[in-house]
Design a protein around this ligand. Structure first.
Ligand code: PGA
Length: 258
């Protein structure tokens, strides 16, 4: 199983800043077997970054942060995943900011997962409970519900191409009062995800699905999250905006998983 280190830049960095960051990343990181590195810049930066990567035949991957589930048509202002073919390898879907700030429903998310698979792009399906849901003891139910719903159009063959990212909403650094998730709590949720994948698709298939952790990951705690059994990588927001921190986390991943 590969290890995935994915940086989600959210709505930060201009095209120029994104390009300078990438240049530094491409220069500093050495390819390592089994390690996949991806960044998710703003959609406007995807094309120039793609050219930068292709020019030196780097293995660094690009991810899109959002798209519309239909392939083409009269949907003013939207970008389809079909239009992103050739530009990105991954698509972040169901991020809590999309769910809660932009009211994306489980149905939207399910359609996006299906659209990504249909277009040969790897979905990174984000799931995770809010502070409120956690305090009511609903974590397991929320995880199962978001997982089942997000994957409801995906069969056993295609689910192997899906990456799941567990991101407890209360641990995401940009949320007010965010706090670090204890590795033991993360381990429990990862276990819930793996058990549910097993229940839906059987254990052989479930073992092939990569599961990442995300939520206030930084160079100091990356090693602890990466050593949780069943964790195959990290989805990083705030810390990925500082290239030195992101590179540090990549180095940690090489040490821990190499
Ligand atoms: P964070 O964000 O690393 O800043 O907590 C993670 C995410 O939103 O994916």
């Amino acid at each position: 199983m590969k290890t995935y280190i994915v940086g989600n830049w959210k709505m930060n960095l201009t095209i120029g800043e994104s390009s300078i960051y990438l240049q530094k990343l491409l220069k500093r990181i050495k390819p390592a077997k089994g390690l996949e590195i991806a960044v998710a810049p703003s959609v406007i930066a995807l094309q120039p970054l793609r050219m930068q990567i292709d020019k030196i035949k780097s293995k660094v991957k690009l991810a899109v942060q959002n798209f519309y589930h239909r392939d083409y048509g009269a949907y003013t202002g939207e970008v389809s995943i079909m239009q992103l073919r050739g530009l990105v390898d991954y698509a972040i879907i169901g991020h809590s900011e999309r769910r809660y700030l932009f009211n994306e429903t489980n149905k939207d998310i399910r359609q996006k997962v299906a659209a990504a698979i249909r277009n040969g792009i790897t979905p990174i399906l984000c799931i995770g409970e809010t502070e409120n849901e956690k305090s009511f003891g609903e974590t397991v139910d929320v995880i199962k519900d978001q997982l089942n719903s997000g994957l409801s159009e995906i069969d056993a063959e295609d689910v192997k191409k899906v990456i799941i990212a567990y991101e407890p909403v209360w641990a995401i650094s940009s949320n007010k009062g965010a706090r670090l998730a204890a590795p033991d709590d993360v381990a429990e949720s990862i276990n819930t995800i793996r058990e549910e994948l097993k229940a839906i698709y059987g254990s052989a298939v479930a073992e092939e699905v990569a599961v990442l952790y995300g939520g206030s990951v930084n160079p100091n705690n990356a090693g602890a999250y990466l050593t949780i059994p069943g964790v195959n990588g990290l989805l990083i927001g705030g810390s990925s905006l500082i290239s030195d921190h992101f590179i540090d986390i990549i180095e940690t991943a090489k040490r821990v998983k190499g």
